[in-house]
Design a protein around this ligand. Structure first.
Ligand code: ZN
Length: 192
């Protein structure tokens, strides 16, 4: 396992549609090692998730994990480590909330992104088992952010009100308190 360099905005690998992983590839040491590296890289950077193209591999693999009191996103409820291969996402309704997001590939920028609050995610796990899960609230937003990466989409593309862009320092100073209040209300209402 090793922590890898995170690719940043401007590198074309973040703008490609990553390709599907075959069952043989998923079983291979190369892809299993890649998944281990993604987990270590996400944890080392205090991320809530990481997509394979964020470490330069254009494959449809993402990892999500929120440990309690994540320093980047302290309002996010815990999510156990989830390895997502070849995911497909489906909205369950049209409920949307504006979520203040950041991204390890977009240093020092946050902004408000509309995210569906109720989604079904179908994917293969790292053992090759098919999974079908409903994700709600802030966790649904986290999954949408990671799945967007696999289609070459960054959160900055989805920001509707460009006036919400802010550096992390200005977010802390001017926006954090109000957004965390909204985030807590979402968690209370949606359960995650
Ligand atoms: Zn990201």
């Amino acid at each position: 396992m090793s922590r890898r360099a995170i690719v940043e905005l401007g590198d074309p690998v973040l703008r490609e549609r990553a390709r599907e992983v075959t069952p043989d590839e998923l079983r291979s040491d190369a892809v299993q090692d890649l998944i281990d590296d993604m987990i270590e890289t996400m944890r080392g950077a205090n991320g809530a998730g990481l997509a394979a193209n964020q470490i330069g591999e254009a494959l449809r693999i993402a990892v999500v994990e929120v440990r309690p009191a994540n320093p980047r996103y302290p309002y996010k409820p815990p999510v156990p480590l989830t390895v997502i291969v070849n995911p497909v996402i489906e909205p369950l309704d049209d409920e949307v909330e504006q979520i203040n997001e950041g991204c390890l590939s977009v240093p020092n920028l946050r902004g408000e992104v509309p995210r569906l609050m109720n989604v079904r995610v179908r994917y293969t796990d790292r053992e090759g088992e098919q999974r079908d899960e409903v994700r709600r609230g802030l966790t649904a937003g986290t999954f949408q952010h990671e799945l967007d990466h696999l289609d070459g989409i960054l959160f900055v593309d989805r920001v509707e009100d460009r006036g919400t862009f802010s550096t992390w320092e200005q977010y802390d100073r001017l926006h954090r308190e109000q957004f965390e209040q909204r985030a807590r209300a979402i968690v209370e209402r949606m359960g995650s």
